[in-house]
Design a protein around this ligand. Structure first.
Ligand SMILES: [Zn+2]
Length: 138
């Protein structure tokens, strides 16, 4: 049994050599297919099983593809299209994680986000991007 598993591991390793593998786009497609499976349990939404199956086939195709340059370009396009919402969520996550130690501000001139330590009282804050100053309570 142990020898069989070692042979299987080696065979899978040889098969996957030169293949593209998982990336962010594949993970998102896989997640959407799982959500579709869950929603297909609701009466009237059984058609989502087909969409889920198509997505699983697409993910399998992408991960086992040997055209790595094409797959990389697809992933880069996906990442560039989703940059704004991903940045927004990353910023919200940072604000939440540092909510007890920093106050966050948005510059009224250039729109840049910046932070200052909390508990300093009413202070004059200058934007690191454009130098605009505001007086705010931290
Ligand atoms: Zn500014």
């Amino acid at each position: 049994m142990k020898k069989f598993l070692q042979q299987l591991k080696r065979a899978l390793g040889q098969w996957s050599y030169g293949r593209y593998g998982y990336d962010q786009l594949s993970k998102v497609l896989y997640f959407i297919s799982i959500v579709c499976i869950g929603l297909s349990l609701i009466p009237g939404f059984q058609f989502l099983v087909v969409i889920s199956l198509v997505l699983v086939v697409l993910v399998s195709f992408r991960t086992s593809s040997k055209h790595t340059a094409k797959r990389r370009l697809e992933n880069e396009k996906f990442l560039s299209l989703t940059k704004k919402p991903r940045d927004w969520f990353a910023f919200r996550k940072e604000v939440y994680a540092n909510r007890k130690t920093y106050s966050y501000f948005i510059c009224t001139e250039c729109g840049r986000h910046y932070r200052v330590p909390k508990g300093k009282g009413k202070i004059k804050i200058s934007c690191p991007g454009c130098g605009t100053t505001v007086i705010a309570k931290t």
